[in-house]
Design a protein around this ligand. Structure first.
Ligand code: CO
Length: 493
């Protein structure tokens, strides 16, 4: 095959700091680098969605919509990309279609070009609305296949899903390997098949937690992959994406030359090195994230999920049960129909495995486990163990339709609820996704507008340099007892 230029998406403004630094990069840490980033010639910059939205409101006292508008203005020549969790949008439950429509519309109006849409179960019915509305409002639609390994997840399965997504209107297809499980030769084989059978560009997303990411990209490129996700070196590798510069240097002068200028990349990296230093000083970036995680290679459990388990076991004073839980995970995963392990299913399977080990197998269920068994999240990829289902939900009826078909429009209700504090239509969406967090943010915003008062609303934004050793902010409060931790810091993306 004749060579072609490999296109690069840089995730420095989203997944890189979500995976390495608890999503704590601030808008003011991004803006000074935008001019140089915009001149590099990336295929796109992933800069919004995922946990950034929640983190803006919850931790940074920033309006995520305002961040998007600022980035759009500062990056006029580069496509901006976001990550969107199907019918969950950026939250943790299914939303009605009118909310999905309005979110797609406002994201695109405020500056997003490409919406990458995934569903943890690969139930394409959960992607339908987001695909439809991304296209309706003129966005580039990139549905993603959540990659995992199981007896039901083989190449035929992934190709079938990809073909269905193309029929639904995909402009490009993403292979989303959130856990870095896609090994180099498997990547070669999968991409080869997709390129032969699917007629849209293939975009590969992986992490480097298991240390195989660069090799996976190289092999995928040999098989004809069109676009890969990298992160500038200061926040690249480890739990984030393979670093951008080494790949660019590797391909320089070859038929796959990315065309990106290493001098410019180095200038951008210089800025983000300072940002990374600051995140380290603030206690959000632990150098451990750079370690090669061999447990993931052995157990096929995403790295982020392992740290989540450790923290749940700590809360229950049962850290010594770690390896028992690790071996319980495949049992739960099989009984639940071979779920890919990505937010939120990673938390659901992990928490159930913890419960099984601590209380006895299936003696109790989390609310979310019951919801999976009831079909509330959609159709699971494999067969559910019916005995376990019976234990979880008794004789309750299982949902077999598209789950969102059971939801009535809800946007007007949300709008009504915040009419006193609302300043822009976008506020309705912030509130719909994170009700308490958004309300608190709106109140703070109002107080700040009324003038400087005795009560500072949030930690003042800190300049990038010089690095002042700030007091390490408290980690998010761990909830009592063993339960699903819906803390995005621990999510697998
Ligand atoms: Co990711």
């Amino acid at each position: 095959m004749a060579g072609k230029k490999l296109l690069i998406t840089d995730t420095i403004l989203r997944d890189a700091h979500q995976s390495q630094a608890a999503t704590r990069m601030r808008t003011e840490d991004m803006l000074p680098a935008c001019e140089i980033l915009d001149s590099i010639g990336y295929y796109s910059l992933e800069c919004w969605g995922g946990a950034t939205f929640d983190s803006c409101l919850r931790f940074l006292n920033e309006d995520p919509w305002d961040r998007l508008r600022k980035l759009r203005k500062a990056l006029p020549n580069t496509k901006l990309q976001m990550l969107f969790r199907g019918q969950n949008i950026l939250g943790y439950k299914h939303y009605a279609d009118d909310v999905v429509e309005q979110f797609c519309r406002k994201a695109i109006e405020n500056g997003i070009d490409i919406i990458r849409i995934f569903d943890a179960l690969n139930d394409i019915r959960n992607l339908e609305a987001a695909i439809k509305y991304t296209k309706k409002y003129g966005g580039i639609c990139e549905p993603a296949i959540s990659y995992t390994i199981s007896p039901v997840h083989n190449e035929d399965y992934f190709v079938k899903v990809a073909k269905e997504l193309v029929q639904m209107g995909a402009d490009t297809i993403c292979i989303k390997d959130m856990a870095n499980l896609l090994l180099p030769y498997d990547a070669y084989s999968l991409v080869k098949r997709l390129k032969a059978e699917v007629n849209v560009p293939i975009h590969l997303h992986t992490h480097n937690s298991t240390g195989t990411g660069d090799m996976t990209y190289l092999m995928a490129m040999q098989a004809g992959v069109d676009i890969v996700d990298c992160a500038l070196s200061p926040l690249g590798n480890g739990t984030a994406q393979p670093a951008t510069e080494p790949l660019v240097a590797t391909l320089k002068g070859t038929e796959h030359d990315t065309g990106l200028d290493l001098t410019k990349l180095s200038e951008a990296a210089k800025h983000f090195r300072k940002v990374a230093e600051k995140l380290k000083a603030e206690g959000f970036l632990d150098p451990k994230v750079l370690n090669v995680d061999t447990n993931t290679l052995m157990y096929q459990v995403p790295g982020g999920m392992l740290s989540n388990l450790i923290s749940q076991l700590k809360q229950a004073n049962a850290e010594e049960k770690y390896y028992e839980v690790l071996s319980e995970i495949p049992v739960v995963r099989k009984d639940f129909g071979y779920l890919p392990l990505v937010t939120p299913t990673s938390q659901i399977v992990g928490s159930q495995a913890v419960l099984n080990v601590l209380n006895g197998r299936y003696k109790s269920f989390t609310k979310e486990s019951k919801a999976i068994m009831k079909g509330e999240y959609g159709k699971v990829p494999g067969e559910v163990n019916e005995e376990v289902r019976k234990l979880a939900i008794g004789d309750e009826e299982v949902i077999t339709c598209r789950p969102a078909d059971l939801l009535s429009p809800e946007l007007d209700k949300y709008r009504e609820e915040i009419k006193d504090v609302m300043q822009q239509e976008e506020d309705v969406l912030s509130y719909a996704l994170f009700p308490q967090v958004a309300l608190k943010f709106f109140e703070n915003r109002k107080k700040a507008a009324e003038g400087p008062k005795e009560e500072p609303v949030a930690a003042p934004a800190q300049p990038v340099a010089p690095v002042a050793p700030a007091p390490a902010p408290a980690a998010p409060k761990a909830p009592e007892g063993v339960r699903v931790l819906y803390v995005e810091d621990l999510s697998i993306v």
